[in-house]
Design a protein around this ligand. Structure first.
Ligand code: ZN
Length: 137
């Protein structure tokens, strides 16, 4: 594993330890690497309303946006669960990642053993809806 991927995996695993998941009992961690070199991580935070639940990926992205001065540009993202076949981001998270990432951005998915698969964002969300569409209206 490259040093960058390893760092992201480690950060995602650390964040996973903070997951608040009393309903699903699935702890998820995520880490995003920005083009400025900063890494932000997040865990899933569930809610009794279910609809108020936020995934680890979105927590990491929201933290990056709220804590970074410059425009957020995601370079890579890593998502970690304890599933044998690692879980890719849900559709909602794919859309949120796409807001701040180039379609070629790498999305690593893994479990506690390590990264098991790497996608390009455009494979997970082809023809993503983005800000450019709003300008064409
Ligand atoms: Zn999600």
């Amino acid at each position: 594993m490259s040093e960058k991927k390893e760092q992201l995996h480690t950060q995602a695993c650390k964040a996973r330890n903070h997951a608040y998941s009393p309903y699903s009992h699935h702890k998820i961690g995520a880490a995003v690497l920005l083009d400025n070199g900063y890494v932000y991580s997040g865990c899933n935070v569930e809610n009794a309303s279910y609809g108020g639940t936020i995934c680890a990926e979105r927590v990491a992205v929201v933290k990056a946006v709220s804590e970074t001065q410059a425009p957020v540009k995601i370079e890579e993202i890593c998502v970690v669960s304890d599933a044998r076949d690692p879980w890719p981001p849900c559709g909602f998270c794919r859309q949120v990642i796409a807001e701040f990432a180039h379609p070629d951005v790498k999305v690593h998915v893994g479990n506690l053993e390590g990264i098991k698969k790497t996608y390009k964002l455009k494979e997970l969300l082809p023809d993503a809806f983005g800000p450019a569409f709003l300008k064409k209206y």
